[in-house]
Design a protein around this ligand. Structure first.
Ligand code: PMP
Length: 288
């Protein structure tokens, strides 16, 4: 991703893509003091932009650092970067981190940095999105809220996601479904999980993982259609009883799941309806 043309917004100005570099003694590289976002632009508009910028600021706060840019300034940086790269549709990646001004666990004297990159990105799960994903149960579990800042979109929390994703890929799966420290169903490695049974939607309570912006959007879309949505603890033993399953995320959008380990699901009408409602909403074809 580093050797190409384009522009990246770095600490207040647009720099050529190849020159958007950091030093090897960047605190974030050693100690995971980094937070990030991911959002999509559709027809020139970044969907839920301000919610993403707000979450970025909050994630940094949860890790103990304040960004010297306001939410409005981060919004503007994202729009500016999209425009500079001549993109109307694509993925936008803001990332904030502690710099190289201090080495060691203590980081009070580091400076916060912010970069925004964007690029063209098709379906997150590629061709598998159409036929429905096949998920493996991850060998790693989401940590307890007293173990890590679980509501921050923090780089450090993604170590177990990459490891789980690679583990699943090596076994021929598209992604992994992660359980939490209690053994309850949590989420996929980059998307929230939903299940359908008898026309009712069930989704795990986000008490130890990201309460995704897409998750909340899709819950709203379902309720608008009069569909009941129950947020509760879901145990893997229950997977057998669900008829449909899908995952949601800014990159993943609404993607049907056809298998989790030995259990299979149909790609039903309700999943397709919500997939379409979400696509319509993000492209401005549905009232806000
Ligand atoms: N969980 C994880 C681990 C994620 O990386 C993402 C993507 N940001 C989500 C859930 C979904 O969040 P959102 O809908 O806000 O993109």
């Amino acid at each position: 991703y580093d050797d190409r043309d384009g522009w990246i917004w770095l600490d207040g100005k647009l720099v050529p893509w190849r020159e958007a570099n950091v030093h090897v003694l960047t605190h974030a590289l050693h100690y995971a003091s980094a937070v990030f976002e991911g959002q999509r632009a559709y027809n020139g508009e970044i969907f839920a932009l301000t919610q993403h910028s707000e979450r970025l600021v909050q994630s940094a706060k949860m890790l103990g650092f304040d960004l010297p840019w306001s939410v409005a300034e981060i919004d503007a940086a994202c729009r500016e970067t999209l425009k500079a790269n001549n993109l109307t549709d694509g993925y936008v990646r803001p990332v904030a981190w502690r710099g190289s001004e201090q080495m060691g666990v203590a980081a009070q004297r580091t400076k916060p940095h912010l970069a925004v990159a964007c690029w063209d990105w098709g379906a997150y799960f590629g061709a598998a999105s159409e036929q429905g994903l096949r998920l493996d149960i991850a060998p790693w579990r989401r940590p307890a809220p007293y173990t890590a800042p679980v509501h921050a979109k923090a780089a450090g929390l993604y170590m177990i996601c990459t490891m789980s994703k690679h583990h699943a890929a090596a076994r021929g799966y598209d992604d992994a479904l992660m359980l939490d420290w209690r053994g309850q169903v949590a989420e996929a490695t980059g998307a929230n999980a939903f299940f359908i049974k008898d026309g009712v939607i069930h989704t795990p309570t986000p008490d130890c993982f990201l309460d995704g912006i897409t998750r909340r959007t899709v819950i709203g879309l379902a309720k608008k259609r009069g569909i009941e949505v129950i947020e509760r603890a879901i145990w893997p033993e229950e997977l057998e009883s669900f008829e449909q399953m899908f995952v949601t995320g800014s990159a993943a959008e609404v993607t049907p799941v056809r298998e989790v380990g030995p259990w299979s699901f149909e790609i039903g009408e309700l999943t397709r309806q919500l997939q379409k409602d979400y696509a319509d909403l993000v492209r401005g074809r549905l009232g806000k």
